[in-house]
Design a protein around this ligand. Structure first.
Ligand code: PHE
Length: 348
């Protein structure tokens, strides 16, 4: 076979192999087989030395043409294969944007947190700081520094989860009164603080009791702070949570850490004072405990009762949420049943 014939044969075989290959890998094999260093064209070119000087240029030219033809066919096929792969991928991964999406449930603040957030907004607006404190508390702060020495009968009012004899789950947010007074620099102005958080009592859970519930403590200590300031502050709370026209009344009560102590009622938001089943016909709703901070408590926190004084209050967001939304069983707040909780969603 002449060299020309060999080249023509090689070209025909190569083009057929290219045509038949259906993957990049087999294309590469074709390239190696025909165009590679040890490939067929190279070996044909090696035979050129047997040709006469007159024949060589023509044979060389033909060899180059065959090589170029194979190379360009390889390139073309490679591009075609890539397009096929891409098209298959696109077809496989196509997203139908008209299909309905699966809805994503969006979280919301818990209804009690919503009430706490509303109170935080109100009090921060009146210049209070917010201090949350710790749910695991020292017995000294939960009781002793609040004028409740060890044998005090009022300790029975708050049955307690003890962790050790001196560490407990706080039964109230009032320990933050003592902690904040100890830290406060009164030369820089009065202490105005609220402390929202969870508290714990060894109660048997029922419709109105939960062993874990919430309180928001408030305290203002400075010079010339009076009970009128307390009443005005509580009125702001009542009106902010329940409506503008509501009033507050104070009734004498007892807490070891306040003197005098009061129970604050707010006008029934439902009947506006006429009497209904929510307020049990009285026109008033018991809302919170409060009073003027006891001189002993001030002293134990290093505050001079001759110079400084003020009020404290403790309110229950759980109770407020129950009243506001007509929830009859406090346990609903803690069961985390989304059917219950989503009723209080603020948006969407
Ligand atoms: N800590 C009291 C309670 O849990 C409420 C309270 C707070 C009363 C502050 C007076 C002042 O019952």
């Amino acid at each position: 076979m002449s060299l020309q014939e060999q080249l023509a044969e090689i070209k025909a075989q190569a083009l057929a192999a290219i045509e038949a290959s259906d993957a990049e890998k087999s294309l590469n094999d074709v390239r190696v087989k025909f165009l590679g260093k040890k490939g067929e064209i190279t070996s044909v070119l090696r035979g050129m030395k047997d040709l006469s000087a007159a024949e060589r240029p023509q044979a060389g030219k033909l060899a180059n043409e065959v090589r170029d033809a194979i190379q360009s066919q390889l390139d073309e096929k490679k591009a075609a294969l890539a397009t096929t792969v891409l098209n298959a991928k696109l077809a496989h991964e196509t997203v139908d944007v008209t299909l309905p999406g699966s809805p994503v449930m969006q979280g919301q603040p818990h209804v009690i947190q919503q009430i706490i957030d509303q109170l935080i907004d109100l009090f921060v607006g009146m210049g209070y700081e917010v201090a949350t404190g710790s749910e695991v508390e020292e017995e000294v702060y939960n009781f002793e520094k609040l004028n409740l020495p060890k044998d005090h009968p009022a300790r029975d009012m708050q049955d307690t989860f003890y962790i050790t004899p001196s560490i407990l789950m706080r039964t109230q947010t009032s320990p933050m009164q003592a902690r904040m007074m100890e830290q406060h620099d009164f030369s820089k102005g009065p202490l105005k603080m609220i402390s929202p958080g969870k508290v714990y009592r060894r109660d048997t859970d029922d419709a109105t009791h939960s062993h874990q519930f919430h309180q928001v403590e408030g305290i203002v200590i400075g010079e010339h702070i009076t009970m009128a300031d307390l009443k005005g502050t509580l009125k702001a709370v009542a009106q902010n949570l329940f409506g503008d026209s509501l009033d507050v009344r104070l009734r004498p009560s007892y807490f070891p850490f306040t003197e005098p102590s009061v129970e604050a009622d707010i006008t029934c938001f439902n009947c506006h004072g006429d009497g209904c089943n929510i307020c049990k016909g009285t026109g008033w709703i018991e809302a919170l405990g409060a009073g003027m901070v006891h001189p002993n408590v001030l002293k134990m926190s290093g505050v001079d009762p001759e110079v400084y004084g003020g009020f404290a209050f403790g309110l229950g967001p759980d109770r407020f949420a129950m009243l506001k939304y007509g929830v009859e069983d406090i346990r609903n707040f803690y069961l985390n049943d989304v059917r219950f909780l989503t009723q209080f969603n603020q948006k969407g």
